[in-house]
Design a protein around this ligand. Sequence first.
Ligand code: C5P
Length: 232
Amino acid sequence: MGKDVIIACDFASAEQTFAFLDKFTGEKPFVKIGMELFYAEGPSIVREIKARGHRIFLDLKLHDIPNTVKKSMAVLSNLDVDICNLHAGGTIPMMEAALEGLTRPDGTRPLLIAVTQLTSTDQQHMEDDLWIHAPMADVVMHYAENAKKAGLDGVVCSPLEAKKVHDRCGSGFLTVTPGVRFADGEKGDQKRVMTPAQAKEIGSDYIVVGRPITAADDPVAAYRRCVNEFVD
Ligand code: C5P
């Protein structure tokens, strides 16, 4: 898979999601389904979106004992999603078990990427709550290297970290980056943002874009603008 724009479908119901996807008559964007929609609608939402011809990044961020993650990943693999994820904090044995669970009898599997430290966790909380006493940037890189060691395909990271991840883990190690905004757009609650063109420049493999597309007056035009800036 090459560079692409993934639309974060952060909707609360299937009805809202399909009302949104119905606007796309000429193309089938890659979509991200998160916990809210998955827990509201169950696996049928994944099957329905897949049946409409979209590729799917199922963003459920698994984190449990290796055996539980392995079995759960086998279920997600059967849903025929294209990308799944987990927390690198679950350790290398958990990530290795996840890969085993994802791999189908014919050897194929969805891509598997790791969340390093959530961007909502700051240095203070990492030290006080998690008792991790290293600089955040080093922790993020260490977790990315662990994901690579475990055999994963890449990480979710800020576009600002994408270059460093590629330098450390290789250019083939995928960087999937949220926090993307148009130069003339609202930043909303995202603090460290980049435009699609800057994300391309810095080497992101996939950008995850939510509100700049989902809340736009013309979502299809906003999606095409992202593709033009990032892919073309
Ligand atoms: O609407 P917006 O473009 O901010 O959406 C970004 C998407 O990426 C959301 O689904 C958000 O949960 C997700 N995300 C993020 N930052 C991270 C990880 C995931 O914004 N560090």
